[in-house]
Design a binder for this molecule. Structure first.
Ligand code: FMN
Length: 731
């Protein structure tokens, strides 16, 4: 909520001032070139910090007939107005060491003068100054709101300069450059605002001037100028102007305009006659001018130029980010109440919204009543049969800005009819809590009595089109609705199928219709236990996916025969040596973990298939525990000797088998409950839990694991899910 407020403030401020900011930045870049260009000229000779007024004046008096004034410019050039020994007027830059003329004083370049007026007042006098002053003030607010947003994004002030994951070009550089240029931009904005207040006459910056009491001026004792103590203490770098006495009359005196005060000095005795300190507002104005124009320092002038270019980039990238967010918004054709498909989106920067919107349009095209909105708008949907949730994760596994209320809303607003749901999480493995919020959503929906998962949760790392495709395949298969062309571009090619030959095909168990089929690839293929085999039983678009276990070099599928099942019916009929066209789909999120203190495998029914392969391939003898549920002991029979041999080989450490229709009539979830302490301890010690089987089993197990984790580890199960310690592949 607070984040949204800052974001909208940042955006509103930027939108309301962008034209003037654009103008100020462009003119600012041009003006910053002025001091840089002039610095090249070699009028700034001598070290002004080391030359005192007591040294300068005698040098000049020896060289010129009469000196009227000396000025030291902000560029540290010394200028003289004098009459030379030949009686000619001199108005020139001189060397403060020798008094020698270095060059004639130039008028300010007309072009720079024109740009300066545009920059300061848009040629609109007071009205223009007010607009420019306001723009500078808005820039302060934009910079402050920007830095607050960055702190939130980086999860705290301490991590402000922590590494940023490069996600989107505009966003990445908006933040990276924002962090670097924040201070100079704030300085430009504050000094600009102050200068505008000054030119508008709001500040009291008028100098009082020195007031000399003529009656107190003494004519002795006379001193040489080089011995004037006051002059000895003032170096040229402190001087803005020295006005020489008009005549040798004792009532005429030196007036020195210094950086912080004005003084009058007796031309005969060198005594300080009067002093007038400048008001604070004037000192601040001078400092603001130095800071805002870079007139006093070449490097600072360069920083200002870069900052102005930065402002132009922020305007561009800020609008690019906003346009991306807005372009993903979709209008609804049907109302929420009448729609059957409800697409709920959690998206911070619009990419998840873009994919969701595409699915929404495809559903409408397919003649379905679909409604799309954000997760925070979740409510009761009287005609909904399916919730499709696309959500990203931000911060410490937190919801994106438009999804923060969802978990609470789900509890407050139960649906009144059974609804199926599927969750697609968008995230990045560059963050510790990968897709954590999507897991939270999936788990919370799993706990509602009105909801059942249509398919298992899917996650997408760095917008991988292949992973989005996997979700689309699974969703289409279960819902019976095609999503042609989703996601755009690299949809998996269904035509490029590979050739397999059946090694063996056995019916498994007596009373169940499950069977095991072993296949060999005709050509050498990359395949791992956990991958999926896609078959096209009717030689059309209809695809069926099966989990693969690689056992003794063969691709092994465990299949349950469904009455009229398209895929299972087709596989059931295949005989040894028969050919089959199919495709391996890489499913790396469900591979045997490379690093785990132990692996706990949980399955029911044919979900054991990938685990058989993983156990067979466990050459490193990583401690492996199998919890499997079957209806009857007969269903377990085909695996019994294989698993016993694996225990012997120390590829499997322990097995726990539950039969739901025999003996104690246990489910695999009952076995897990019995091992609650051990499971919690294992998770704390980097174990990985793998679940494969039915979605109903997954729902039960996740609910039990949630309780175990909350009670015994103080974390939610999604904490472990987001750290790849709980892997699921259910259907
Ligand atoms: C500041 C920031 C924090 C993020 N934090 C996480 C995170 O904790 N976990 C995660 O899986 N992804 C994280 N991501 C990645 C995003 O979730 C991912 O890029 C997603 O595709 C963005 O989708 P959206 O554009 O719909 O918001 C983060 C991205 C950013 C920019």
């Amino acid at each position: 909520m607070i984040k949204s407020i800052w974001r909208y403030s940042h955006l509103t401020l930027a939108v309301s001032s962008f034209l003037f900011l654009l103008l100020a930045a462009v003119t600012g870049i041009i003006l910053s070139a002025e001091p840089i260009s002039q610095k090249n000229k070699s009028y700034g000779q001598g070290n002004l910090d080391e030359i005192t007024v007591a040294q300068l004046i005698p040098t000049l008096q020896a060289k010129y007939d009469e000196v009227t004034s000396i000025s030291v410019s902000h560029k540290r050039f010394v200028e003289i107005q004098a009459i030379d020994t030949a009686g000619g007027d001199v108005k020139a830059y001189i060397s403060p060491e020798t008094g020698k003329v270095l060059g004639q004083i130039e008028q300010k370049n007309e072009f720079f003068q024109w740009v300066t007026t545009l920059h300061r007042s848009l040629f609109l006098h007071s009205a223009g100054r007010i607009v420019i002053g306001l723009t500078a003030f808005l820039l302060i607010l934009i910079a402050i709101s920007g830095i607050l947003l960055t702190i939130q994004r980086q999860r705290g002030l301490r991590r402000l300069f922590a590494k940023i994951h490069k996600d989107d070009f505009s966003q990445y550089y908006h933040v990276v450059l924002g962090r670097i240029l924040l201070i100079p931009i704030l300085i430009i904005a504050i000094s600009g605002t102050y200068l505008s207040l000054n030119t508008l006459g709001v500040l009291k910056t008028a100098k009082k001037g020195v007031e000399v009491n003529i009656d107190e001026i003494k004519s002795g004792p006379q001193k040489k100028i080089k011995d004037f103590e006051v002059f000895q203490q003032i170096s040229l770098s402190d001087v803005e102007k020295i006005e020489f006495p008009f005549s040798t009359d004792i009532e005429d005196y030196y007036i020195l305009t210094l950086k912080d005060r004005e003084i009058a000095v007796n031309q005969v005795t060198g005594v300080l006659l009067a002093e007038s300190k400048y008001p604070f507002a004037l000192l601040a104005t001078n400092l603001s001018l130095d800071l805002h124009t870079g007139r006093a320092n070449l490097i600072w002038a360069l920083v200002l130029a870069i900052s102005c270019i930065g402002i132009l980039f922020f305007i561009y990238s800020g609008f690019a980010i906003t346009l991306k967010r807005l372009s993903k918004r979709t209008r609804n054709k049907f109302s929420a109440a009448e729609s059957q498909f409800i697409i709920l989106v959690g998206s911070e920067n619009g990419s998840s919204y873009g994919y969701a919107s595409h699915v929404h349009q495809l559903l409408i095209k397919a003649g379905k009543k679909s409604y799309i909105t954000t997760l925070n708008q979740y409510t009761v949907y009287p005609n909904a049969s399916q919730l499709i949730i696309f959500t990203s994760t931000y911060g410490l596994g937190d919801p994106p800005a438009n999804a923060g209320k969802f978990l609470q809303l789900v509890l407050e607003k139960p649906q009144l009819q059974p609804v199926q749901y599927s969750v697609l999480g968008f995230g990045s493995k560059a963050y510790a809590d990968f897709c954590k919020f999507a897991f939270d959503v999936h788990n919370e929906l799993g706990r509602q009595n009105w909801s059942t998962p249509l398919i298992d949760i899917h996650t997408v790392n760095d917008k991988s089109l292949q992973e989005i495709s996997l979700w689309a395949e699974a969703w289409s298969q279960q819902s019976g609705i095609e999503l042609p062309g989703f996601p755009k571009q690299k949809r998996l090619k269904t035509k490029s199928l590979q050739q397999f030959v059946v090694r063996s095909n056995t019916a498994i168990g007596t009373e169940t219709a499950t069977f095991q089929i072993n296949l060999d690839a005709k050509r050498k293929l990359k395949v791992k236990s956990g991958d999926l085999l896609a078959i096209y039983p009717a030689n059309d678009h209809r695809e069926r996916l099966y989990s693969i276990g690689v056992v003794a070099g063969a691709i092994q599928l465990s299949v349950r025969l469904h009455p009229d099942g398209l895929g299972s019916g087709y596989l059931h009929k295949l005989k040894a040596k028969e050919d089959l066209k199919a495709k391996i789909i890489r499913n790396p999120h469900f591979y045997f973990p490379k690093q785990a203190s132990k692996v706990i495998m949980i399955s029911n029914g044919t979900g054991i298939a990938p685990f058989l392969g993983m156990i067979d391939e466990n050459e490193k003898q990583v401690p492996c525990y199998l919890f499997s549920g079957f209806r009857a002991s007969a269903s377990f029979e085909p695996f019994k000797s294989f698993l016993a041999a694996k225990i012997e080989d120390q590829k499997l450490t322990r097995q726990h088998i539950a039969f739901s229709r025999e003996g104690e009539k246990q489910y695999v979830s009952d076995l897990i409950k019995l091992e609650a302490d051990w499971i919690a301890e294992s998770l704390k010690n980097a174990a990985v839990l793998m679940l494969c089987g039915s979605l109903a089993m997954q729902k039960d197990i996740l609910a039990i694991l949630e309780t175990i984790c909350q009670e015994k580890t103080g974390q939610s199960i999604s904490f472990y899910q987001s750290r790849n310690q709980v892997l699921t592949d259910c259907y």
